[in-house]
Design a protein around this ligand. Sequence first.
Ligand code: NAP
Length: 283
Amino acid sequence: MKVLVAGARGMVGRAVAAHCLAQNDEVFAHDRQSLDITNHESVRAAFERERPDAVINCAAWTDVDGCQSDPERARAVNSHAVENLALNCRRAGAIFVTISTDYVFDGKKEGFYTQRDDPNPESVYGAAKLEGERRAQAASARTVVVRTGWIFGADGRNFLSTVIERARRGERLKAISDAYGTPTYADDLAVRLRQLAQLDLPGIYHVVNSGSGVSFEEFTRAALVAAGLEGAEIESVRMDTLQRPAPRPRNSRLRCLLSEAVGLAALPDWESALSVFARQISR
Ligand SMILES: NC(=O)c1ccc[n+]([C@@H]2O[C@H](COP(=O)([O-])OP(=O)(O)OC[C@H]3O[C@@H](n4cnc5c(N)ncnc54)[C@H](OP(=O)(O)O)[C@@H]3O)[C@@H](O)[C@H]2O)c1
């Protein structure tokens, strides 16, 4: 495949570009400098030059609190630019795979969110991402939306690596005990994103590692154990004590109703993925 990867210097974008290259795809991996997705002229020129069969959009403004104070920029990157990529895909006959988020849900449900649940984002970030999903689907029928959450990976900005580094320095850590999600390893997500581009079955997919959902604190503790840092000190904190500008869902565990139905195997469980990650970052 000829694959254009937008946002290729982010945590997921790096994993996607590396995986596609390893599969012998012809890869056009663009960081923000080589392709700003909000710049319509650059996007048009890239499509004309590269004529991709598939576009995997990993570019986004992911600063959830930043988005809260600048809704216009949040919508420009996470919604309008996504729509424009989809429009270009339609014109070029390319499949469009774009990543969305568990933050499209309000977190009030008990249990796992599936495609049958109505989104109800509470943050500007979540609302812009949801608008991006919908605009992209309206702009091109060959749009695959991939909602995911709690991503960890070896490259890019990455909360788990930061936690592990701080524990290694002997710092006392804080972890939220009352927020629940489904962890997702960037390398496993990358494999699934490419599979979905090949499969060419449009729709909304929920892509996370398998296993039960966990609290952020449990996840942090498991990561420290995987990194051989079980002695690290962790203070449990409740989400509302942090007083962050943007609200986050208390529960954003995801489950997919479609993947199995279209013949896709479940991703590895998150605990095994965590062990692979710990080995990767200790190299
Ligand atoms: N991380 C998570 O836990 C999580 C959870 C759910 C969903 N997601 C979604 O997963 C996707 C990938 O996220 P990630 O964790 O890999 O985020 P990331 O590391 O922040 O990567 C996002 C990349 O997009 C780039 N970007 C920002 N604005 C751009 C623009 N206008 N044009 C082109 N590139 C631009 C950023 O470049 P700069 O660094 O130069 O700004 C960055 O390299 C996003 O759609 C995000 O919403 C992430």
